[in-house]
Design a binder for this molecule. Structure first.
Ligand code: NAP
Length: 619
């Protein structure tokens, strides 16, 4: 049994009290004790602002990306250890891979994207240069520069590896230090992850800190340049959104909360069609992966009323084959919930759902368990409900954060669009149909209420990543109840945007960045620049790589173009400055949808922001 340490102000700190015990989800043994007693959040945030921020801002996007890539590669070596710890959270090996490999994949994906699409610079020009004067001598340009604060990252218990990594990666690329606050229930896994990251010696000092235990007092120390990135329940999100730091100091607050995600079966998808089978298979997968503890899991299964009986039958047949038990057992397909408290919470929510429907599979109080005790471990059976009255509010309001789904019948596209909207905003939805007209109508109707929509059919099934997988290259987040936040764009959210107004003798002073109109680093401010203009600090050649970093960080390994002995380096500048195309690529990727091929011939609108719909076109 371990007492979890936090990593703040450059050192590992033990809590000042015994802490609260956190139990193994499978065996009920104590895994760790967790507490934040004695943690000085003010000092931690100051350390990030004063040490981590400046160190990160010395690096270009490409240098940060190279570090991130090295970090991802290093973490890959430690996957078996992380899988083992993950099993203690109740996760099967498949669940653990979803979390661990998914998180590492995010690091690598952000690293390569930053390398491809961002300039080898410390500032990002956003959009085109806007002509403001008639003769073109006065122009405006939006630029993105790192916030001077900290990305405070409060995470939910269900993805202890992927959750922190997918927030850390964009903040790091953006040049903003992170303070990670894991959910207490699974903090031991995040703590080990952070140990590995810190131990890698790849990260600039102060760029990553870890605070285990209660976050009480954390937001009191937040200030104007900080950003809070929260994942968790809608109730906690509401509470934090009303914190004085957010309300009075305009601390940026990004929330990803719970959501009553839906999946819609098209009327064309009758039994015997590939789409019918895909729908059933996907629903069972979403119910059982991570024991249904996924923010994107399907909670509401909308099916044509005439097909409800057949869908129910098919889902029941599959659920009956699901083996629940210890992740250590080879044939087990569904593990435990994260804690006994979580099981009680799920049972309570199911009770509320049952006021509007009936159980058609499973028993909330009983489950056959393989290789573990059903009482000591936080096991629960997959539970399928059927609601006869689609207008009842409960299925559209109550999130049972476990292997629980409700089948609801609908009549016509108009009705199912209305029903989906009763979730008041969701992260993910899916439409399973081979009928392009139905897909188009439903996607357009659902788009305003969803962060992401999947159109699934026989043609894209083999390559589809499925209903519930957040992808690093697409937006994750959703409107309304889902929190109103969006990730991926998080790196942009870590930056401040300002409009830089200036006169433009650009050709004379910055021949290498004609599109953006900014001078090459080390260049001089062009004559005529307004003194009040927020001229970006591009740095001089000698400041490009910080002196202290030269001795400490493995420069040669992170930048293929850097010489092995940086102290003797001739600081030749690479062509730099964002081009129009790289900026456009960045912007398109954060806001638009499928591949150009998919857009051009698809019934799905090419640009249905804020929703991302994706599918692969057959033709
Ligand atoms: P939670 O109880 O809201 O807790 C989330 C995080 O907030 C935890 O780290 C928790 O710390 C912290 N927290 C709680 N009260 C706080 C306060 N007053 N000040 C600062 N931090 C506070 O949610 P959860 O039970 O961990 O997660 C389950 C929920 O998260 C589900 O509803 C699920 O839908 C949602 N979720 C959403 C997404 C998404 O991407 N939208 C992803 C995963 C999960 P402690 O653990 O120490 O209390």
């Amino acid at each position: 049994m371990t007492v979890l340490r936090s990593y703040v102000t450059g050192t590992w700190v033990e809590p000042a009290d015994e802490g609260r015990p956190v139990l193994d989800a499978v065996t009920g043994e104590v895994v760790a004790r967790v507490s934040s007693a004695g943690l000085d959040y003010g000092a931690a945030l100051d350390y990030a602002r004063d040490t981590g921020g400046p160190a990160l801002r010395e690096l270009t996007f490409h240098q940060r990306a190279a570090l991130l890539k090295s970090l991802g590669q290093l973490l890959r070596e430690h996957r078996p250890e992380l899988y083992e710890l993950s099993a203690r959270t109740g996760a099967t090996l498949g669940d653990a891979k979803f979390d661990v490999d998914g998180g590492i994949g995010v690091l690598l994906s952000y690293a390569s994207r930053a390398r491809r699409e961002l300039p080898n610079d410390t500032v990002l020009a956003e959009g085109a240069v806007e002509p403001l004067g008639r003769d073109g001598s006065f122009v405006g340009q939006h630029i993105l520069t790192p916030l001077r604060g900290v990305a405070v990252q409060i995470n939910a218990f269900n993805f202890p590896v992927w959750g922190p990594l997918e927030k850390f990666a964009p903040a790091f690329i953006a040049g903003v230090p992170s303070l990670v606050k894991p959910a207490t229930q699974t903090a031991y896994l995040t703590a080990r992850l952070v140990e590995l990251m810190v131990g890698s010696a790849l990260l600039p000092p102060g760029s990553l800190q870890l605070a285990c235990g209660s976050a009480s007092g954390l937001l009191d120390a937040a200030a104007e340049q900080d950003l809070v990135s929260f994942t968790g329940s809608a109730a906690t999100a509401r509470q934090l959104r009303a914190h004085p730091a957010v309300v009075q100091l305009s601390v940026r607050f990004n929330a990803e909360a719970d959501s009553l995600n839906c999946s819609i079966l098209g009327p064309d998808a009758e039994p015997g069609t590939p789409e019918f089978d895909l729908y059933v298979q996907q629903l069972v997968t979403e119910m059982t992966v991570k024991a249904g503890q996924k923010c994107t899991a399907i909670r509401r299964a909308f099916v044509p009323a005439a097909l409800a009986g057949q869908v129910t039958e098919a889902v029941r047949d599959r659920l009956a084959k699901v083996v629940v038990g210890s992740p250590a057992e080879e044939n087990v397909q569904m593990g435990a919930l994260a804690s006994l408290e979580q099981r009680e919470e799920v049972r309570r929510s199911v009770k509320a759902l049952l006021t509007a429907g009936r159980l058609v599979f499973g028993d909330p109080e009983h489950v056959e368990v393989t290789g573990a005790s059903a009482e000591r471990g936080a096991f629960i059976a997959p539970l399928l409900l059927h609601s006869d009255d689609a207008s009842r509010p409960e299925p559209h309001q109550v999130e049972a954060f476990g292997p629980v789904s409700t089948i609801i019948g609908y009549r016509g596209a108009g009705e199912v669009i209305d029903l989906a909207a009763r979730g008041r905003g969701s992260l993910a939805g899916s439409v399973v149909t081979a009928d392009p007209a139905f897909a188009r109508e439903v996607v357009l109707g659902l788009a305003p209420w969803h962060g992401r929509l999947l159109v699934l059919d026989r043609d894209d099934a083999a390559t589809s990543t499925g209903h519930g997988s957040p992808l690093p290259v697409l937006v994750h987040g959703g409107p309304g109840r889902a929190g109103g936040g969006r990730r991926w764009a998080a790196s942009a959210a870590c930056c401040t945007t300002c409009s830089a107004l200036r006169c433009r003798p650009a050709r004379a002073c910055c021949p290498r960045s004609p599109a953006a109109g900014w001078p090459a680093p080390g260049g001089t401010r062009p004559a005529g620049t307004r003194s009040a203009s927020p001229w970006p600090t591009c740095g001089s050649a000698t400041r490009w790589w910080p002196a202290r970093a030269r001795s400490r960080w493995p420069i040669s390994s992170i930048s293929p173009r850097s010489p092995a002995t940086p102290s003797t380096r001739t600081w030749t500048r690479r062509p730099r400055g964002p081009t129009r195309s790289s900026t456009a690529g960045w912007r398109t990727a954060t806001s638009s949808s499928p591949s150009p091929r998919a857009c051009s011939s698809s019934p799905i609108p090419a640009r249905c922001w804020p929703t991302t719909a994706w599918r692969t076109c057959a033709s």
